[in-house]
Design a protein around this ligand. Sequence first.
Ligand code: VGL
Ligand code: ZN
Length: 201
Amino acid sequence: MRPASEALIVIDVQNDFCPGGALAVGGGDEIIAEINALMDQFETVVLTQDWHPAGHTSFAANHPGAAPFSLTEMPYGPQVLWPVHCVQGTGGAAFHPALRTDPAQMILRKGFRAAIDSYSAFFENDRTTPTGLEGYLRTRGVTAVTLVGLATDYCVAYSAADAARLGLAATILESACRAIDLNGSLAEARSATVSAGVVWG
Ligand code: VGL
Ligand code: ZN
């Protein structure tokens, strides 16, 4: 068992990010057994769920003529336009059925505001709107987080970098993550997180 000051944060292990899903990450389901086993080592387990309204601005389908995986400019900066995914209440937004959810004390939903995407579990993509997770972890005495899940180069990396910037010790356990790797995004995520002080384990 890890010390009570350490939390496991399981990012977006949802059907749409697994094989057969709307934004499938290669091998996304291969990490589930390792994550399930890890849960027994942590007193604090947080699951996150990407949770978008159908009209979400990160969906290419809501930008006439835009192709999925193209880039657009939002008021808060550049934004990848994704296939429609993780729509609130749909099967695609549900956790993968093999993921254990009983050990989690906290399920955090993010990306629910139509006008702002939220890769990070701590701040939305405007980098200033908090999700509340920082307060939850701090009031529970958590000082270190291990991050696993999907996708390594987007939601896992953004969450880890924010955790480190907030002064939490942050480790990405790469064997329990899988990446989208869009136009070099994995290499970019690696250098950005390392600069922020994240450890890759
Ligand atoms: C994610 C793209 C869009 C993720 C979520 O969970 O990494 N990526 N929405
Ligand atoms: Zn999303």
